[in-house]
Design a protein around this ligand. Structure first.
Ligand SMILES: [Cu+2]
Length: 113
């Protein structure tokens, strides 16, 4: 009797632990945000690019700031003055551009948003 009760308590406790863990910790917490802006400068030696970026919905207002890039190759082919768009990965206090590409021509329809 006492042993069985202990087993039930243990099983319920295990279920609670398993049910409560996902989403709290141990899972990747990274969020991806689309980002768009203009290249201000490039510091390839530091794997960094300074963007004058538009507002990033749910993350930050438009501003000029440096972004680390996940891969130096992302900096190839972009120059100061280029309009670019990409994807920003945010994990806690850390962030990095994981995608970046020049926008060939800003069209009226694309600029509407
Ligand atoms: Cu910013």
């Amino acid at each position: 009797m006492r042993v069985e009760l202990a087993r039930i308590v243990a099983a319920v406790a295990l279920l609670l632990v398993l049910g409560g863990a996902p989403g709290c910790s141990g899972m990747p917490s990274g969020k991806l945000y689309p980002i768009r802006g203009e290249v201000v400068s490039i510091a390839a030696a530091r794997n960094e690019i300074v963007l004058h970026h538009e507002a990033i919905a749910g993350f930050m207002q438009g501003m000029t700031m440096p972004f680390p890039v996940a891969n130096r190759d992302l900096l190839e082919g972009v120059e100061p003055g280029d309009r670019v768009e990409g994807v920003l990965l945010v994990e806690g206090a850390r962030y990095a551009l994981v995608s970046l590409a020049e926008i060939p021509k800003p069209t009226p329809t694309a600029a509407a948003s």
